[in-house]
Design a protein around this ligand. Structure first.
Ligand SMILES: [Zn+2]
Length: 524
């Protein structure tokens, strides 16, 4: 067994239904979990929803509902979407669960008791979209919030503040000692830059005169907890942490915490790379083991957001194209860490070139030839030549390359190398022309050697593809005659060759060609 792994998505803010960006991180988490299981690692995958705060109270009011009714509905929508897309988090954590409220209050009380929280008044520029005061440098040239394109509101408030500065050096030391604690690396540089200047105290409360939809401070009922302070603690709550001193934590999975990977979007780097480690250090815990930071999904060059009205609904994409193509496209077309574009054209083109015409076609033409010419059985490897061995040597390089790219959060590169290997196999078939060999009885051994080589290659590909293309992998395995597969295809199975004489299953139709929707914009 390798080390255990703890994967989290962000706690999604439930003021609207899930969009493509939400689907992406959840799908990535699900893929990483499947991949970890293939590597023989225990893996716990948390997804969840952030359900407190001003914007949610406002959305609920607009919908004519109580905040609790509202968040119940939207949280169910999120959970339902993951189910529909075939994504299976081990826990759907909700910040309105009673155990979480208790955890947040316990943690706050401890930080207060140890002198990390003070009360004072503050005047500043507040973004209603971010639900926080932004510093003077955090507004764009036009004076707007760069994330929400809103002007600031000037607010004065008496509030409680958390002393982040006290833990700044320790956070810096942690990052300097763990160079892969934030990937891709340019986000580590950004985080270090934020931590090189003294940190202002973090305002962690909101007066109930203005907002009541939040977790009451345990030491002052005139205030509720700032949503970020509340939501970040979910990552610990999911592992059984209750907020008590560590020595008293009976069921907290400390081992999993030591292998925690937070998947986040680049817009929440500061909360995760600066606020969160200072909170953890104050609670006597180590910062998260790794932040993996992805870019935005753009449409027409803009980040998708409800306020901009350019949201691609993942459920619509799924209904039109199915879960596998969806999963493949998102993992393949986002260069991890930078922004990516969603267009229907690029989706269809990617799926057709690498799924329908790629692995799908490779499998069906190989298997059809075996069915027609070799009585649908795995042939002998006795007559293979250097050309066959050269192909398999190339194919055999894929699992380690793929695993290495996954370990470095270069998922798009891992899938590119999968697609390249499929293309290499295609060239081999085009060069060896098994359909011509089949017409010449004198070439029977050569035909068996070529098709047997291809069955070996397909067998390896069927294992490598499981985390991203689970359905196709299952169909392909059964077509290759593997009838007793475990649910998780251990990575070592990439070395297993189909056994001579094994009867094959039916020729699968893995990935049909996709057509562009007639009026794609009307369907989004
Ligand atoms: Zn904002």
């Amino acid at each position: 067994m390798g080390k255990p792994l703890y994967i989290t998505t962000p706690l999604y803010y439930v003021n609207a239904k899930p969009h493509l960006g939400h689907a992406y991180t959840t799908l990535l988490g699900d893929t990483l979990k499947s991949f970890a299981l293939q590597q023989g690692r225990e893996c716990f995958f948390l997804a969840g929803t952030d359900e407190h705060g001003e914007k949610i109270a406002q959305s609920a009011e607009k919908a004519g509902k109580s905040p609790m009714e509202f968040v119940d509905e939207v949280a169910a929508l999120f959970e339902g979407t993951w189910k529909l897309l075939g994504l299976n988090p081990d826990i759907s954590y909700r910040t309105t669960r009673p155990s979480h409220i208790k955890l947040v209050q316990e943690a706050l009380q401890r930080l207060k008791d140890q002198g990390d929280i003070r009360f004072s008044s503050y005047t500043g520029k507040y973004c209603l979209g971010c639900e926080r005061f932004r510093t003077d440098q955090e507004w764009d040239e036009k004076g707007l919030c760069p994330d929400h394109q809103r002007p600031p509101e000037i607010r004065e408030e008496s509030n409680y503040f958390f002393n982040m500065e006290k833990y700044r050096q320790k956070t810096l030391e942690y990052y300097r000692g763990h160079s892969d604690a934030i990937v891709p690396h340019h986000y580590m540089k950004e985080a270090l830059a934020m931590l090189e200047e003294p940190l202002e105290d973090l305002c962690i409360s909101r007066p109930t005169s203005r907002i009541t939809w939040g977790i009451p401070l345990p030491f002052d009922r005139n205030y509720v907890t700032y949503v970020w302070f509340d939501a970040l603690l979910s990552y610990l709550g999911g592992l059984g942490y209750t907020g008590r001193p560590l020595a008293e934590e009976k069921s907290f999975r400390h081992d999993l915490w030591g292998q925690s990977q937070h998947l986040i979007g680049k817009d929440i780097l500061k909360t995760h790379a600066v606020y969160w480690p200072t909170m953890l250090l104050a609670l006597g815990l180590e910062p998260a083991r790794q932040l993996q930071v992805n870019g935005f999904w753009l449409t027409a060059g803009l980040k998708m957001s409800k306020s901009l009205g350019n949201v691609v609904d993942p459920v619509k994409v799924y209904e039109i194209f199915g879960a596998e193509a969806f999963r493949y496209f998102l993992m393949r077309d986002m260069s991890y860490g930078v922004d990516a574009s969603f267009t229907w054209e690029s989706f269809v083109s990617r799926a057709n070139s690498e799924l329908a015409n790629g692995i799908g076609n490779l499998a069906s033409r190989t298997l059809t030839l075996v069915h027609k010419n070799l009585e649908a059985r795995v042939p002998s490897a006795a007559h293979r030549n250097d050309e066959d061995r050269a192909l398999l040597a190339k194919v055999d390089g894929l699992p380690s390359k793929f695993a290495e790219e996954f370990a470095n959060a270069r998922y798009h590169v891992a899938l590119a190398s999968f697609a390249e290997t499929v293309a290499t196999c295609d060239r081999y078939i085009n060069d060896t022309k098994p359909w011509s060999l089949a017409k010449d009885p004198a070439q029977k051994d050569r035909l068996a050697a070529v098709l047997g080589t291809m069955l070996d290659a397909l067998s390896l590909l069927s294992v490598v593809m499981q985390s991203v293309l689970p359905e196709g992998s299952r169909k392909l395995r059964s077509a290759l005659g593997f009838t007793n597969d475990p649910e998780v295809l251990a990575w070592e199975l990439t070395g297993l060759r189909p056994k001579e004489g094994t009867p094959l299953g039916e020729v699968p139709r893995l990935y049909p060609r996709l057509e562009l929707p007639k009026d794609p914009d009307a369907t989004v």
